[in-house]
Design a binder for this molecule. Structure first.
Ligand code: GAL
Ligand code: MN
Length: 353
């Protein structure tokens, strides 16, 4: 042991090294303190956005399963179905038989979540609201706390519907716009506004749906995730060059040919409040930028949604079971239809063609 300090040069080197280590640690610790205090604003000065971001960082993603729940053993080699159940970026695609509903409920129900949902019942579309709400009470997030946010120009026409415990309706009055294209495109901005004004305080997740639709079957907690897109029922079996993306390079929603994952439907998107907020804010900004140049994207907010989800991949993708279209007969791949757009006479329900 003493042999190490016998040489004075060695002792000097060792002393310098130790001093160096102490100095380096001191500098590191000072920096560390600074960067921590920099990213921790006082709770007094916090905006709702930083509070939500803290919440999403703290949120526990543990998948806790009850001890004695019995369910079918999953196979490591055979999928429950012959459909594609995962995207190339490893997000699950939700089809019947890819999940166990009892197990999903047993995991998510104890989390005490509140799910906000938005529908737009403007002009003649108010006629669809009653059936949407009545069927939602039977199939949509049953036994969860649900806040229905209804945007309408006719608050007095919102039907009285019996809601299960923990479920509420909020009515937001909006102006009646003349063109259905404008009603459709303005949804991004209105969803942004209610998240800022109310939903950020009250809900964990938010799902945005079309009102001209009806639930038929379970639409449950298997859909919950950070950012969720829904495959359009008319395009799940077509090539990407047949997708009705916005094809003009002047538009912010432009998607060139040879590019694209899925064609997502504008009638359903969702996720955590933070992620949906980022989505609607960006789409709203892009819609405004296009408007300033006199451009309206091919399918209004649906085109902007497709651009957003191409560049910000969804963490979960819903199969067409979650928003079918009754104009298309049930195809072979569809085991169940959970929600579908009902048949309607466009000439009768739209103010313009
Ligand atoms: C239609 C649908 C429209 C739009 C369009 C896209 O089937 O009704 O809302 O999504 O497809 O091509
Ligand atoms: Mn619709």
């Amino acid at each position: 042991m003493s042999c190490y300090i016998r040489s004075p040069t060695l002792a000097l080197y060792m002393g310098l090294t130790i001093l160096g280590i102490i100095l380096a640690f001191g500098l590191y610790a000072t920096n560390l303190r600074c960067s921590i205090s920099n990213i921790q604003p006082t709770s007094h000065g916090k905006t709702w956005w930083t509070q939500r971001e803290d919440l999403s960082r703290k949120r526990s993603w543990n998948v806790e399963s009850p001890e004695r729940l019995l369910y079918k053993q999953p196979s490591a080699t055979r999928g429950g179905s012959d459909v594609m159940a995962v995207t190339p970026w490893l997000a699950p695609i939700i089809w019947e038989e890819t999940f166990n509903p009892e197990l999903v409920d047993a995991i998510y129900k104890p989390m005490n979540l509140t799910i906000a949902t938005t529908v737009f019942a403007v002009g003649k579309y108010i006629r669809f609201l009653g059936e949407f709400l009545e069927t939602a009470e039977k199939h949509f997030m049953v036994d969860f706390k649900v806040h229905y946010h209804i945007f309408t120009d006719q608050p007095q026409e919102v039907p009285a519907v019996n809601l299960a415990a923990g479920r509420k309706i909020f009515v937001h009055q909006v102006p009646k716009l003349d063109r259905w294209q404008d009603i459709s495109a303005s949804r991004m901005q209105m969803i942004q506004t209610i998240i800022e004004e109310q939903v950020h305080r009250e809900a964990d997740y938010i799902y945005c749906q079309d009102v001209d639709a009806k639930f038929h079957f379970r639409w449950g907690a298997e859909t919950l995730d950070r950012l969720v897109g829904q495959i359009h029922p008319w395009y799940y079996d077509l090539s990407r060059d047949q997708f009705t993306y916005e094809r003009r390079p002047e538009s912010t929603a432009y998607i060139p040919s040879g590019v694209g994952d899925f064609y997502y439907i504008g009638a359903m998107f969702g996720g955590t409040v933070e992620d949906v907020y980022r989505l609607v804010k960006k789409c709203h900004e892009n819609i405004e930028a296009d408007k300033a140049k006199g451009i309206e994207a091919a399918w209004q907010e649906e085109s902007h949604l497709n651009w957003y989800l191409l560049h910000n991949k969804p963490s979960k993708v819903l199969s067409p079971e979650y928003m079918w279209d009754d104009q298309r007969g049930k195809t072979e791949v569809m085991r169940v239809i959970r929600l579908s757009q009902i048949l309607k006479n466009y000439g009768e329900v739209r103010e313009n063609v």
